[in-house]
Design a protein around this ligand. Structure first.
Ligand code: TYM
Length: 331
């Protein structure tokens, strides 16, 4: 049995990228492994330090987790800020994380370009906080999308460095996990290679989107005038639509449109109509559960309380042991 940890920042509703990148694999693992899934609310402050309504965003993501099938009886579902042990491990790991390696991190370099007025220390140490989340439960498997690969590599560096510095075999190496397949990156509808909630709302299909919104966004997705020669290489925006179709539609549907593309007969309007209907069909069960759960205050309260309790038990043990290893002893 492996220990599995993953989380998502509450900076907007969950989209298909979050689902296929992280949630789907986690759902498959929760039956058989020791699983923790959390709402990464501390992390969200690195990009949104004064959120308009943090609690509402956290609740939305929690509800969406449950609507997707995360089961609080099988996995530990918790809010990161309910587990203050996270911050102690983060502080301790920060002492052995070097400026140079943090500054070289791709996500840091990207973020400082997009938020030049808010290059805060939390942004720089984002990978250390992520390492704390995972090492807190001494996890080995982390279901995430492709964009997290470098963060996982840094976690291993911090875990191994801790072991070396204190001459222990305490933290195991965590690895990104997708059942042996390559990590996924779900593209956006606007030609970008990654569906994302922050950059362009119209580029993402959210699990909570109404059918009309999905149709509108998909029909507006970027395309071109179509291929001129048989078996032409697909431009990025077109490749994106095909990739989305491969995630959402049946193989027959994908093959049908691929054949039309390769024989220069494709009509993108028809393809997008099909894709929109398949996206609606895919998200429908989530949508129904989301609105049901949203009003079940009592259940949400129970889930969060139970999750915090279980997560703190595991986190408390690790932090006690780490303190002991470093040399903080009680008088
Ligand atoms: P966030 O909220 O940016 O993304 C959450 C998860 O969704 C995946 N993801 C995608 N996967 C495929 N295609 C996409 N277009 C796409 N967009 C997002 C991300 O890879 C991620 O798995 N830093 C993390 C949150 C976090 C975390 C952790 C994850 C904090 N601590 C510890 C794992 C373990 C993040 O990027 O959140």
């Amino acid at each position: 049995m492996e220990t599995v940890v993953s989380g998502i920042r509450p900076t907007g509703n969950l989209h298909l990228g979050n689902y296929f990148g992280a949630l789907k694999n986690f759902l498959k693992m929760q039956q058989e492994h020791h699983c923790f899934f959390f709402v990464a609310d501390y992390h969200s402050l690195t990009t949104h330090p004064t959120p308009f309504d943090l609690h509402k965003n956290i609740k939305q993501v929690l509800v969406e987790y449950l609507a997707c099938g995360l089961d609080p009886e099988k996995a530990t579902i918790y809010i990161q800020s309910d587990v203050p042990e996270t911050t102690e491990l983060y502080l301790l790991l920060n002492m052995n994380a070097y400026m140079g390696e943090l500054e070289r991190c791709t996500s840091f370099k990207e973020k400082i370009k997009t938020q030049q007025n808010n290059v805060n220390a939390g942004l720089l140490t984002y990978p250390v906080l992520m390492a704390a989340d995972v090492l807190l439960h001494r996890a080995t498997k982390v279901p995430v999308g492709k964009d997290q690969e470098q963060h996982l590599e840094m976690m291993r560096t911090f875990a191994n460095r801790f072991n070396r510095i204190y001459n222990v075999e305490y933290f195991p190496e965590p690895h990104a996990f997708n059942f042996g397949e390559a990590l996924v990156k779900i593209p956006g509808l606007d030609g970008s290679t990654k569906m994302s909630k922050s950059e362009n709302e119209n580029s993402a299909i959210f699990l909570a989107d109404e059918p009309a919104a999905i149709r509108k966004k998909v029909m507006r997705a970027l395309t071109d005038e179509g291929p001129k020669t048989p078996n032409e290489k697909k431009p990025q925006a077109i490749e994106n639509i095909f990739n989305l179709m491969s995630a959402l539609s049946s193989k027959e549907t994908y093959d049908h449109f691929n054949e039309l593309y390769n024989t220069c007969q494709i009509r993108y309007g028809d393809m997008k109509k099909q894709l929109a209907e398949d996206a609606i069909k895919f998200t429908e069960p989530f949508r129904a559960r989301i609105s049901e759960l949203m009003s079940d205050k009592e259940y949400l309260h129970k889930v969060v309380r139970m999750g915090a309790e279980k997560a703190r038990e595991s986190a408390g043990k690790t932090v006690r042991e780490v303190r002991e290893i470093i040399g903080f002893k009680s008088f």
